[in-house]
Write a protein that binds this ligand. Structure first.
Ligand code: S3P
Length: 208
């Protein structure tokens, strides 16, 4: 076999981008699982824009999320969230980190299924608690018993998050390890298992 006939190994990132077309990558899952951190790094790897839905909602409302909850209530926030995500999905491909409740709305799940590949970043209760304790800007956790609230939300939400196309275990390992796993899982989902690499030239010619 001449060198010119050897398959050129295309890069993982290029394979993913061409299989995605106009579809986006949407990260779903509970507060504190790392959707924004992982999403931002994935976007950098894939050279796609990164958008955080919560940040977009705040910009559209001209208020922070706690202010929206306080002044207008959760239902108003959820309507704005659904509208903002619908708009963002029209502008793909991009990497979109959604707020923890967004995927609960059926209309939003249907839109995501039509316009994106969804990835559930799944973390266990203890990991979530350790991470959400660091910030006080999540209105749903301003309760007398945040641990109990997280337990209840996980019970309600996990069966729905499980409808995402892919699931990745988010845990206390370096972010780049989760990014690597996510990129490889995405590639396998979009492009299938990797073909076995051709044998090195010395092995290939040894039997001739
Ligand atoms: C929420 C999660 C938050 C934010 C809002 C409600 C939820 O986003 O959208 O406080 O219902 O789980 P993060 O998941 O980015 O913290």
């Amino acid at each position: 076999m001449s060198d010119a006939a050897l398959p050129i190994p295309a890069s993982t990132e290029a394979d993913i981008l061409s299989a995605l077309g106009a579809r986006s990558i949407v990260l779903v899952g509970m507060m504190g699982v790392g959707k924004s951190t992982i999403g931002r790094r994935m976007a950098a790897r894939l050279k796609l824009p990164f958008v955080d839905a919560d940040t977009e909602i705040e910009a559209a409302a001209g208020m922070t999320i706690p202010e929206i909850f306080e002044r207008h209530g959760e239902a108003h926030f959820r309507d704005g969230e659904a509208r903002v995500i619908a708009r963002l999905l029209e502008g793909g491909p991009l990497v979109l980190a959604t707020g923890g409740g967004a995927f609960m709305r059926e209309e939003t799940r249907t839109r995501i299924a039509a316009k994106a590949i969804s990835i559930w970043l799944r973390a266990d209760h203890d990991v979530i608690m350790r991470r959400v304790r660091r910030r006080a800007d999540r209105p749903l956790l301003q309760t007398a018993d945040p641990e109990g609230t997280v337990t209840r939300l996980l019970t309600e939400r996990e069966p729905i998050y499980g409808k995402a196309d892919l699931t990745i275990a988010s845990r206390d390992v370096p972010h780049d390890k989760i990014v690597e796993e996510t990129i490889e899982t995405l590639r396998a989902h979009l492009c299938g298992e990797r073909a076995a690499p051709p044998p090195p030239a010395d092995v290939a010619s040894a039997g001739r």
